[in-house]
Design a protein around this ligand. Sequence first.
Ligand code: ZN
Length: 462
Amino acid sequence: MSPLVADLKAAVGAEAVLVGQDAVEWGRSGWTRLGAPLAVVRPASTAEVSAVLRLAHGVGQPVVPWGGRTGLVDGAYAEGALALSLDRMNAIEEIDPVAATMRAQAGCVLQRACEAAEAQGLFLPLDLGSRGSATIGGDVSTNAGGNRVLRWGMMRDMVLGLEAVLADGTVVSATSPLIKNNAGYDLKQLFIGSEGTLGVVTRAVLRLRLRPVSENAAFLAVDAFERLPRVLRRLERSLGGTLSAFEVMWPEFYELVTTPPAAGRPALPHGHAYYVLVEAMGADIEADAERFERVLTEALDEGEIADAALAKSGAERAAFWALRDDVVQTARNGPILAFDVSLKIDAMETYVAEVRAALRERWGAAASLVVFGHLGDGNLHLIVGLRELSPEARRAAEEAVYGPLRARAGSISAEHGIGLQKRDYLAWSRSPAELALMRTLKTALDPKGILNPGKVLAPVEV
Ligand code: ZN
């Protein structure tokens, strides 16, 4: 046993430190690449996280924080590193129904936090496909987005306070639950979306909302791209601020999730140019339903939408969302590369056409492109299917997707983060001055470079 592992066992208990094959198997997750960690350490308190980091810092040992390990950019890859799992720190410590806040430990699974809020008549609006495994700490560290950003923002917009542990073990407690707090630098922002490279999030105070009582959903067919933003703005305006999702699917996606072997069946016939899942959440069951139907009928009558199917029950609503969530269908015909980009809505149509043309030029019919996303937030997911995934093919596909973004001042990551997978392209979305400031922050907070090294920024030799 290495001296570090012995020290770790002394600090957190022998049963909370796994090594060898146990460490490899403990973390195994469906799709996230994790590597073989030197050890998995499972502290039970902030004090133990601090002790682990102090020990690692002392010997310059890399540490990779682990949440639900459901990321898509290799942010939890821990080959040879200490994997610091927050899974035992999963308590919901307090829900304050008057202030509408929740204090939870980092390892609490998102869905459990949402259910706990609902039980108090409150609402944690973050919603994403991995809700059953993603954790609050991971959602904070990656600034998770998802389906309802349009209305309630990303995780950043829900975090009032944070507790984090720095590389050397220092605990920074910035857990004020105040909505308005301009007393100096907003330190929590350093840890939100920085993917565990500046500190380990151990606790969060989250802003909750009142639980909506009405939920309405519909599938729309729209036959020209320029109508999509018009429909979006019409719904925002006419639904009295209740629009909570506007999820657009290009026809290739819609056909994949509505034909066998997918379990889903078409909500509307095939053959349209675009499909949109819209959702509205409000405070008046009858009036909201009536207005939702009336607004869609008007849009139909005016020819702005080509067809519409209204969910008539909770089960139908769930079936509509199941189509949108059935992303695994995009991998059913062979290997895929998943991209997550952000750009202005009015640049999307030519952007997608340019990516499609670039893929066709290189691979002809051997490449496929499936597009869907949170159009209201300017966020598209592009899935490129290729017959084989060599490193050269991956590189060429990345350039086909990211290249046309540069001219449009888009972002190579809307919500998935940078991790290892997008690091080489960060400069395509960020200026030299921005990158230099990121480097300054990293060096100041983690001078030995032990925190999730190589993620977001390339490691520097020390
Ligand atoms: Zn998404």
